[in-house]
Design a protein around this ligand. Structure first.
Ligand SMILES: [Zn+2]
Length: 181
């Protein structure tokens, strides 16, 4: 995985670009939670579920399919009642789905660990993209301290933080200009 901080950075950039006007504060918390949720599957290790298992780390819970389940669920909980199937519901569903799915997609650009079950549950194969510039992050804080952690931060800065900041800054300018008109 890239570190969970980097997944959260992507969520903040996406929120800056797409958050509806007058966004409630919980919109941001849920955005960050969706972006890091797939890594909750590291619990599989302590439950004795092997890495390569369907429910193992980077398995089903890292798939875009799971991302879409989360998106629909979050939108339906946030906008219960009469707003289901409204325009806002579709927007929230898509937004939170893509944000959750972005996690596995970003992980597929990392240079270590097992691949990501991007096509789960239809195909349990583990995949990476052919180009993998992001240094894989160690599992656990202890291994993060030291040289490996520094290399991870450096690669995430270039490949995630910097592009995300540019997207956020560009979106903020565009939205400010649009709001003036
Ligand atoms: Zn991950």
């Amino acid at each position: 995985m890239p570190s969970i901080i980097s997944h959260a950075v992507v969520a903040l950039a996406a929120g800056t670009a797409f958050a509806p006007r007058e966004t409630p504060e919980h919109f941001w918390w849920i955005s960050v939670a969706c972006s890091i949720l797939p890594d909750a599957d590291v619990l599989a290790f302590s439950l004795g579920i092997p890495y390569g298992h369907f429910f193992g780390h980077r398995g089903f819970f890292h798939s875009p399919f799971f991302g879409f389940l989360v998106g629909f669920l979050v939108a339906s909980v946030l906008l219960h009642g009469g707003e289901i199937f409204s325009g806002r519901w579709f927007f929230y569903s898509l937004y939170f789905s893509l944000l959750t799915a972005s996690h596995g997609v970003l992980d597929a650009f990392t240079n270590g660990g097992l691949g990501i079950a991007l096509l789960s549950p239809f195909d349990s194969g583990r995949y990476f993209f052919p180009w993998r510039p992001i240094m894989v992050s160690p599992i656990g804080i202890a291994a993060f301290i030291g040289n490996w952690g520094l290399m991870v931060i450096k690669s995430e800065f270039w490949w995630i933080w910097l592009p995300s900041s540019l997207v956020a800054a560009f979106s903020a300018v565009i939205r400010t200009l649009l709001a003036r008109n």
